[in-house]
Design a protein around this ligand. Structure first.
Ligand SMILES: Nc1ncnc2c1ncn2[C@@H]1O[C@H](COP(=O)(O)OP(=O)(O)O)[C@@H](O)[C@H]1O
Ligand SMILES: [Mg+2]
Length: 269
């Protein structure tokens, strides 16, 4: 049995399932309906684990275990290292974009909690010149490397659609501009991988993946986002994430310089 202590809930891995114990009273029902809505979406671009069991008194939701899955961060690292072809990588990251677009198009929840009004999220935007577009949807709110996988059938698998706690908190039925989920993934593509792999980063390869991801997304929704706004949001989230993770402005600056300098060198070589 493996325990993960996380923001709103505790995750316990059992033999054939994952149990999420909700720590707060209020969110249990919302987590439950969001999970069911996710699993029931009539689409073919991704898989979300089925809810096997739940118990409102004990406040747990038990999900089936997705088997034979590889985390998308690992796929990213393989591509950076040259162990995965450009063609395969483009297909996979385009599918990650398509899955997100399908989610935004199809996910419907009963209540809308406006993410722009979320205390944490709105405090991030204070004093920043970031404006989001008009395209809104129910959001995943943590569409990053850790929550996206690919299985043996090359299908995208998604888990954990709850507030990531560094850009927003205590929000389940998050409704807001789609750029929030898009920029969260773009932030990961900038190079959120363990230090030991940073030397493999290549600006050229990162651009290939960004383009593939966005092209996949746009192919489903049929419109494009403003590039500058996306870039600003991506950089803001990167700062916020790194600070949340490393708790030191100096370290954050050092990591950013390292990531961007390496990519630049690789780009020109
Ligand atoms: N239904 C599931 N099937 C397979 N693996 C899962 C499932 N739920 C969680 N996991 C695994 O447990 C890890 C932690 O789960 P997650 O809900 O993302 O918590 P956290 O974001 O706090 O790490 C995931 O990265 C994944 O490896
Ligand atoms: Mg997670």
């Amino acid at each position: 049995m493996v325990r993960h202590f996380k923001r709103g809930y505790v995750v316990i891995k059992e033999r054939s399932s994952f149990k999420y114990f909700s720590k707060s009273d209020g969110s249990f029902n919302d987590l439950m309906s969001k999970s069911i809505a996710f699993h029931d979406l009539k689409q073919s671009t991704f898989i979300f684990p089925r809810v096997k069991d739940s118990n409102p008194e004990e406040r747990y939701i038990e999900y089936e275990t997705l088997t034979n899955i590889v985390n998308i961060r690992e796929v990213y690292i393989r591509f950076m290292k040259g162990d995965l072809s450009e063609c395969e990588a483009k297909k996979i990251f385009s599918d990650v974009g398509k899955a997100l677009a399908d989610m935004h198009k199809l996910l419907k929840l009963k209540n809308k909690d406006l993410i722009l009004k979320n205390e944490k999220f709105s405090s991030l935007l204070k004093g920043k010149e970031i404006s989001f577009g008009k395209n809104c949807a129910f959001l995943h709110t943590d569409y990053g490397f850790s929550n996206i996988f690919i299985n043996l059938d090359q299908k995208i698998c998604i888990i954990d659609p709850y507030a990531n706690n560094y850009t927003s908190s205590n929000i389940v039925n998050a409704w807001g501009p789609v750029e929030i989920d898009i920029a969260t993934f773009l932030m990961c593509l900038e190079g959120l991988i363990p230090f030991k792999y940073l030397l493999y980063l290549s600006g050229k390869k990162i651009d290939i993946l960004k383009k593939a991801f966005l092209a996949g997304y746009y192919s489903i929704v049929g419109y494009e986002q403003d590039r500058e706004h996306l870039k600003k949001a991506t950089m803001l989230f990167l700062d916020v994430y790194l600070y949340h993770r490393y708790k030191s402005r100096v370290l954050v600056m050092a990591i950013k310089v390292y990531i961007f300098v390496i990519k630049k060198v690789k780009f020109s070589s």
